[in-house]
Write a protein that binds this ligand. Sequence first.
Ligand code: IMP
Length: 201
Amino acid sequence: MPARLLLASANPGKVAEFRRILAGVDVTLLDAGDVTLPEVEETGGTFAENALLKARAAAAATGLPSVADDSGLVVDALGGAPGVHSARYAGAHGNDQANLDLVLERMRGVTPRTARFVCVAALAAPDGQEWTAEGVLEGRLTEHPRGDQGFGYDPVFQPLGESRTTAEMAPEEKDAISHRGQAFRALRPAIAALLTGDDAG
Ligand code: IMP
């Protein structure tokens, strides 16, 4: 029977991305539908700290090796905001539309419009071993939302060298370049090694 790995996120958009990215790994993937995930306060000042807080708490609560990520949009002209506060920029956690509206409002007529999506993926084993990997997708903010794929700030984020926003890209196209895709692909060797008992380095 394949080993079990918990995807410790309550965000269905992210869980779907994790599942596609980890598709080649011989593992049974569990998610928030299979276990009760602990409530974790994201008190870290960096994406890495918050990703580790979430992965550690899930591993401790369930006894399962757990992966989590912390990610967000970093906008140069906003001094790096919304950054680690991306999910709750407009107040309520996870109100994607309000967050996106607030970024657009603060960026109305503002240049430069350079921004990046950043993701740190973390793997925590119940015995305390931990790994992290980071991915970055450079781009710029559009003036108006376009597209209905993806989630969060996707409708206003145009990757460098692309004419479309990430909300106009097919999910597999976004995975191939995305911050989360990069971070999870970088974490795959550690996941595979941990689950097969080899030294993950
Ligand atoms: P957290 O990682 O759950 O703390 O939340 C990250 C937040 O950053 C999400 O709620 C989105 O607002 C934003 N975000 C992260 N990755 C993406 C992405 O791939 N597309 C659009 N928004 C994203």
